[in-house]
Ligand binder design. Structure first.
Ligand SMILES: Nc1ncnc2c1ncn2[C@@H]1O[C@H](COP(=O)(O)OP(=O)(O)OP(=O)(O)O)[C@@H](O)[C@H]1O
Ligand SMILES: [Mg+2]
Length: 289
């Protein structure tokens, strides 16, 4: 284990958000567009996008969630039928529909731009389009004033859809499971973020790393978690999302967990995360800008 730690030390040092090349200019705009992203599959991106949206809405925030994944899991997870979801973010990206035509109000207090499998085709069409990386950013511009938070559920890949998400975002929330390969995946992701910053979106920051599906009984989990803490410091959310079966069950009832079982540990964890997101914003004074 000590070897494992040493091997990572130099690697992780360069990932620190405050390493010289990672320091951002202070943003003059309120930070509110978050891409929930990790190219690694099954780490809790969709669960986080849906449940953080619902929890922020429960705390009185005006929230828009954007499903950028052709799997459409975030769409069905908040009660919108994929087949009925038309038009979707696909039509928005290729310029066939307007924001107002695509946006739906959910019964859970937040809005959604839904997706379905059709979105997979956007890749091919976007490639020939002007400002192909900025299609989402451009489409969102007229609606920014209507929301306190915009959360994007990105697919588990670095494709043009994710790039559109990263180009539109102020910052990224990175859900991760505390396992050995998570840190390797994090190196790739941080390298990607650096590229996006230098080519597409200089204001992109790391909003926070979120430990998901946390099982405190595992020694490796604890060790990886401690490494994250020591290298990323306050970029790691204090809130930890436990492994909780109610979080896994909620999507099959097409509800965020807070509407499915509000007393579950999963629901309480996402409510605590939403509060932490608000507290952080208040602490940095961004809500005043
Ligand atoms: N904290 C948790 N406890 C238990 N199960 C969870 C938890 N978080 C997510 N899950 C379950 O784990 C699976 C993967 O989660 P999720 O779909 O959110 O990951 P993802 O990163 O969006 O996956 P993909 O990369 O395929 O988009 C789902 O079945 C989900 O219900
Ligand atoms: Mg997902």
């Amino acid at each position: 284990m000590a070897k494992l730690q040493r091997k990572r030390e130099s690697e992780l040092a360069s990932l620190h958000p405050e390493a010289p090349e990672n320091v951002e200019k202070a943003s003059v705009r309120k930070q509110k567009i978050f891409a929930v992203t990790n190219q690694k599959g099954g780490v809790g991106k969709t669960t986080t996008a849906v449940n953080l949206s619902a929890s922020l809405a429960a705390l009185g925030q005006r929230v828009l969630m954007i499903d950028l994944d052709p799997q459409g899991n975030a769409t069905t997870g908040c009660g919108v039928h994929k087949r009925e979801a038309l038009p979707t973010v696909y039509q928005l990206l290729i310029g066939r529909s307007t924001f107002a035509e695509v946006r739906l109000h959910t019964e859970f207090g937040f809005d959604i731009l839904p997706a379905n499998r059709e979105l997979a085709g956007a890749e091919v069409e976007l490639i020939q389009m002007e400002r192909r990386e900025y299609r989402l950013r451009d489409a969102l511009a007229p609606a920014l004033a209507d929301y306190d938070f915009i959360l994007m559920d990105c697919p588990p890949a670095l494709n043009l859809l994710t790039v559109n998400g990263l180009a539109a975002a102020d910052s990224v929330i990175i859900p991760m499971q505390c396992e050995y390969y998570a840190l390797e995946g994090l190196s790739d992701l941080v390298a990607t973020l650096k590229k996006v910053r230098s080519h597409l979106n200089s204001r992109l920051q790391i909003e926070g790393l979120l430990r998901t599906m946390y099982d405190p009984r595992s020694t490796l989990t604890q060790q990886v978690s401690a490494e994250l803490d020591s290298h990323f410091g306050d970029k790691v959310y204090r809130t930890i999302i436990p492994r909780n079966v109610r979080l896994a069950e909620a999507p099959s009832y097409a509800k965020p967990v807070t509407f499915f079982d509000r007393n579950s540990r999963g629901a309480q964890a996402y409510m605590a995360l939403a509060q932490e997101v608000l507290d952080r914003r208040a602490a940095t004074g961004e809500s005043q800008q």
